[in-house]
Design a protein around this ligand. Structure first.
Ligand code: UDP
Ligand code: MG
Length: 204
């Protein structure tokens, strides 16, 4: 058994994720899919290293096409890493109108909706899932007001943008919104449950 195989087996047994070859187990995994997306720590049977509640909360953050074009991806990722949140999913893609219309379904009747779709499909986006205590609300604060003209300095929008039509980044606005958006943009298998070596420097 080579090193890679040993690591894979170790991970499977440590996390109780021995689903291969069992239909029942596969069904069991499928039935847990939504909660696995919402709360990775709990749903993955993660070893509990901390009693801090909500430590597996997840949110969806996306660098919009203007942020990608302006080479801001690295700086934006750095802010969430630096804060102490854990990156559990990441991909770059050219978004389809179909996906976007589901993502922004609540805004369909807004006058700016057509230009929003045009903007969001004008180039690639980088979409991420971040995990941690109170991550949804904390990331909204870090991203700042929807309208950069009203965003505080120190927020992503307040530091990198000036107009609401090009506000650089998206962040889920609630736990329910985050769950819906994560399921829309990611498949469960694309989100990783991993142990952070610096866990006890971030949480008790
Ligand atoms: N938007 C816009 N004009 C507006 C309001 C919103 O172009 O007057 C765009 C902007 O890109 C914003 C997105 O629509 O980020 C979604 O709007 P929402 O109200 O959900 O704001 P957010 O949650 O992104 O802060
Ligand atoms: Mg919103």
């Amino acid at each position: 058994m080579d090193l890679l195989q040993r690591c894979v087996f170790k991970r499977i047994f440590q996390h109780g994720q021995c689903y291969l070859g069992s239909q029942d187990a596969t069904r069991s995994l499928a039935s847990r899919f939504p909660s696995a997306l919402l709360d990775g720590h709990r749903a993955a049977g993660h070893r509990s290293k901390s009693s801090v509640p909500g430590i597996g909360e997840r949110t969806l953050i996306a660098v919009k096409p203007d942020g990608v074009q302006r080479r801001l991806v690295g700086q934006i990722i750095q802010r969430f890493e630096q804060r102490g949140f854990k990156l559990v999913g990441l991909k770059m893609l050219q978004v389809s109108e179909d996906l976007l219309s589901q993502h922004y379904c609540e805004l369909r009747k807004k006058p700016f909706y057509p230009s929003l779709l045009h903007y969001m499909t004008s180039g690639p986006v980088v979409v991420m899932v971040w995990e941690g205590h109170n991550v949804v609300q904390s990331c909204r604060v870090m991203v700042g007001h929807t309208n950069p003209a009203q965003a505080q300095a120190g927020t992503v929008r307040g530091d990198f943008s000036v107009h609401v039509s090009r506000n650089v980044v998206h962040a889920s606005d609630s736990l329910e919104g985050a769950q819906r958006e994560i399921q829309l943009w990611f498949q469960g298998k694309d989100l990783l449950n991993w142990d952070c070596c610096h866990h006890t420097s971030t949480y008790e």
